[in-house]
Design a protein around this ligand. Structure first.
Ligand code: AMP
Length: 282
């Protein structure tokens, strides 16, 4: 695996690979890699002919400065995992490489209602920050295939919109959520859970599964409230648990028994914020 630090070097590398007709696959990350990231890379290796992974902890997407400061980093383990997963390139830019004019005056992206619901409502500015870094990375790499995790369901939708907005022909491949054996969705933030919190954390997935079993056509409000209370009883502070259309993320209060839905949750265990989601079939 080649490690590239400078955007100009990455640009030349990609130009040369594209001229050979290679299919460029790209998986952007913030490092502290786990099996969820590794699966993205493995899928990329299967589907593309050149796989590029980036590690960049993006300062503009953290609405909580503490969260940014405490974001876990273990670069040596990351390199080992990427190499083992057969990534071809690791791109590690600096903040200055990504934001050469600083992070004060930034472009605004038109994301419509995706920028006001769920994650956007509870993390103001988060998706604008994600689009800052992703627009820069996408313009630089211009991948044929972009690999992202369905764990960040709303983020996948935002990035699809961004790709269209900036006029690229990149195809987004949304990969399934990789879980711990007890159901907890893998996340770099899980490293910040205390042993006690770690024991409680899988309750998020159990609650989503319970919702999927209990859902019936009709009003969804009571079921969402019951799920919220169940999590609160276990010690979570719930930002939201909500149903939405799987294809466009319009929030759903009612269900006709046929509409493809996804149930999404965000909740804190003390200081650690966890998110997860589950699709609901007919
Ligand atoms: P992050 O490093 O948290 O920004 O995540 C980088 C990419 O990995 C994003 O596309 C995430 O959705 C994806 N990802 C993170 N956790 C998981 C997981 N448990 N399963 C699948 N993909 C994941």
């Amino acid at each position: 695996m080649i490690i590239i630090k400078r955007p100009s070097d990455l640009r030349s590398f990609i130009r040369s690979e594209k001229s050979k007709g290679q299919v460029i696959g790209f998986a952007p990350t913030m490092g502290a890699l786990h099996e969820g990231h590794v699966q993205l890379i493995k899928t990329a290796v299967e589907r593309a002919t050149v796989t590029i992974c980036s590690i960049f902890v993006n300062p503009t997407q953290f609405n909580d400065p503490e969260d940014f400061k405490k974001y876990p980093q273990h670069p040596e383990k990351d390199i080992y995992l990427l190499d083992k997963a057969s990534a071809d390139v690791l791109f590690i830019p600096s903040v200055n490489d990504i934001y050469p004019s600083g992070t004060e005056k930034l472009e605004r992206f038109e994301l419509g209602y995706l920028d006001s619901i769920l994650e956007a409502r509870f993390r103001p500015g988060h998706f604008q920050g994600v689009c800052q870094v992703m627009s820069r990375l996408l313009r630089l790499v211009n991948p044929d295939l972009l690999f992202m995790g369905s764990k960040d369901y709303q983020q996948c939708m935002v990035i699809k919109k961004l790709i269209a907005e900036i006029g690229l022909s990149t195809e987004l491949v949304a990969c399934p959520t990789v879980r711990e054996p007890d159901g907890l969705a893998m996340s770099s933030r899980n490293l910040r859970l205390s042993p006690e919190e770690r024991k409680i954390a899988p309750e998020i997935y159990k609650t989503l599964q319970h919702v999927r079993e209990e859902i019936r056509p009709g009003s969804l409000g009571a079921l969402a409230l019951k799920a919220k209370q169940r999590l609160e009883q276990k010690g979570f502070r719930v930002d939201y648990i909500a149903f939405a259309d799987r294809d466009n993320l319009q929030l759903a209060e009612e269900w006709d028994g046929r509409q493809p839905l996804v149930v999404l949750v965000a909740a804190f265990l003390n200081k650690v914020r966890l998110i997860d989601n589950l699709t609901i079939d007919e």
